[in-house]
Design a protein around this ligand. Structure first.
Ligand code: APR
Length: 175
């Protein structure tokens, strides 16, 4: 069972074996966290991504981390669901992203993995629901990964991820 920590920061500075990027199906890079990781890893990341694309929503594919500093050896590209109101299986696709990233990490022998808040930016997935899906899926997916870091880029995401990880005490009804 992996230890899951929630941290605030820039995922490109994480000291883990693999970092996950919230990509699009082309794996050629984009804005948001994908843009930051592509900038840090250098142009070879898009070359390697383009060579294995397309990556369907809910799937995950790995490339080397290129110019990212050690210990980061791998970038795991996953494509989240575009939020269309919740009635189109978006929650299942997002859960699949987290499940497949752990499976790919296991194939790589990665023991520590950092995740951004997949799909909660450009793709518009409500961050509170996404946080619960992330924590619930990571906790219920068997894996060899020992250390998971959920990296929040802003205060709201940090609060939501922390709440998902350790829900505030509900007022237990007495009697
Ligand atoms: N480190 C950690 N998290 C970050 C960083 C960073 N450097 N930059 C942005 N984020 C956060 C955002 O604040 C958001 O909470 O990553 C989360 C995911 O947002 P996006 O990057 O917009 O990803 P997503 O919503 O999945 O949209 C993916 O956007 O960039 C394009 O190519 C990408 O088409 C794809 C789409």
């Amino acid at each position: 069972m992996a230890v899951i920590d929630v941290v605030r920061g820039d995922i490109t500075r994480e000291q883990v074996d693999a970092i996950v990027t919230a990509a699009n199906e082309s794996l050629l890079g984009g804005g948001g966290v994908d843009g930051a990781i592509h900038r840090a890893a250098g142009p070879r990341l898009a070359e390697a991504g383009g060579a294995i694309a397309p990556c369907p929503p809910g799937e995950a594919m790995a490339t080397p981390a290129f110019d990212l500093d050690p210990p980061v050896r791998h970038v795991i590209h996953t494509v989240g669901p575009v939020w269309r109101g919740g009635g189109y299986g978006e929650a299942e696709v997002l859960a699949s992203c987290y499940r497949r990233c752990l499976a790919v990490a296991d194939e790589l022998g990665a023991r520590s993995v950092a995740f951004p808040a997949i799909a909660t930016g450009v793709y518009g997935f409500p961050a509170d629901r996404a946080a619960r899906i992330a924590v619930g899926t990571l906790r219920s997916t068997p894996s060899q990964v020992e250390r998971i870091r959920l990296v929040a880029f802003d205060e709201t995401t940090l609060t939501l991820l922390r709440a998902a990880l350790d829900p505030p005490e509900t007022n237990a009804s007495t009697g």
